[in-house]
Design a protein around this ligand. Structure first.
Ligand code: ADP
Ligand code: BMX
Ligand code: ZN
Length: 290
């Protein structure tokens, strides 16, 4: 069976044909910035229609709360204008194929759980990307929650005096640690509209202001890992997303985590399935659940 896997993020949309858990073809576009449902549907059509002829079934991992195939942005700054957007139905109409959808970080957590060389009972995957997302596998089961909300740990509190988060709560981890938060903080020192990537390059080049911003991000992620570990008794946490996988980032998170008592410290490793975690995870999940 060939799956057409889709990973819809706040910055990019990846699509791949996957056979026997192996990616045989991969395409990627930018997520439309206009934040309108119609623009998203058009982008999905352009990306997926050419690939759909070679697929038997579609599996979508998407940013946002995915409840019964419909997408609602928890943080509309990341993927705005989408309230109850019928993602699963839109893609089923485009491709004419059976389609399933779950949250991107949940999907990635499932990929990671399956790919771990050292088996775990309880694990979390955390993505530091446009936003900050998490997926939880507890007692070997992926937690989605009755409304698809489970794992949205990027919206746990990092700093009560921190920036307002797009979700409407002040000081969420996402508001200080995400690629978008890094970009926003960087605007005070670098070009207006600069990207998280650009600020990260400044950090790697030794810029002091960028260093403070990236350290703040890594410290918030370390505390998030500690909070999840002490509440869920995690064996392992794997870190992904373009920021999470960026040079030196994981080491920085580990350095903050290492300052805490041992009971707060799970094994912390880079995502085994790397940037393809969402694509691979949602396919494995679809195989087992359809
Ligand atoms: P998505 O959120 O769509 O899944 P990514 O995981 O690529 O996408 O995360 C996008 C964020 O990561 C953006 O803020 C972008 O500027 C930033 N970014 C992309 N590449 C890098 C990199 N190599 N180093 C640091 N940040 C990066
Ligand atoms: C946000 C939220 C999560 C998502 C996470 C990572 C929206 C649109 N998304 O917290 O559902 O898992 O970002 O998403 O509210 P990404 O786009 O950074 O991969
Ligand atoms: Zn929030």
């Amino acid at each position: 069976k060939t799956y057409l896997a889709v990973d819809l993020g706040g910055t990019k949309i990846a699509a791949a044909l996957i056979r026997n858990n192996t990616i045989v073809r991969r395409e990627q576009i930018e997520t439309p910035s206009s934040q309108s449902p119609a623009a998203l549907s058009d982008a999905l059509k352009a990306l997926l229609l050419p690939l759909s002829h070679e697929a038997d079934s579609v599996a979508i991992a998407s940013t946002g709360i995915i409840d019964n195939g419909a997408l609602t942005a928890l943080n509309p700054d990341n993927l705005g204008g989408l309230n109850n957007y019928p993602l699963q139905d839109v893609v089923a109409d485009i491709t004419g194929l059976e389609t399933v959808a779950i949250n991107d970080a949940q999907a990635a957590a499932w990929a990671e759980y399956k790919a771990l060389c050292q088996p775990a009972e309880n694990m979390a995957f955390i993505t530091v990307s446009t936003g900050v997302g998490a997926g939880l596998v507890i007692d070997g089961k992926l937690l989605a929650g009755p409304r698809g909300v489970a794992g949205h740990a990027g919206h746990m509190l990092a700093d009560p005096n921190g920036p307002m988060c797009g979700c409407g709560r002040r000081g969420c981890v996402e508001s200080v640690a995400s690629g978008r938060a890094i970009a926003r903080a960087g605007e005070a020192y670098f070009a207006a509209g600069c990207s998280g990537y650009a600020v990260y390059q400044q950090f790697l080049a030794g810029d002091e202001n960028a260093e403070a911003i990236i350290h703040r991000s890594a410290k918030a992620i370390a505390n998030l890992i500690a909070d999840l570990t002490i509440s869920l008794d995690l064996d392992v946490v794997t870190l992904g997303g373009s920021v999470g996988l960026a040079e030196n980032y994981l080491d920085l998170v580990q350095s903050y985590l290492s300052q805490l008592p041992a009971i707060y410290q799970p094994r912390l490793i880079p995502a085994v399935t790397g940037a393809d975690a969402g694509l691979i995870g949602v396919t494995r999940w679809a195989e087992a659940n359809t």
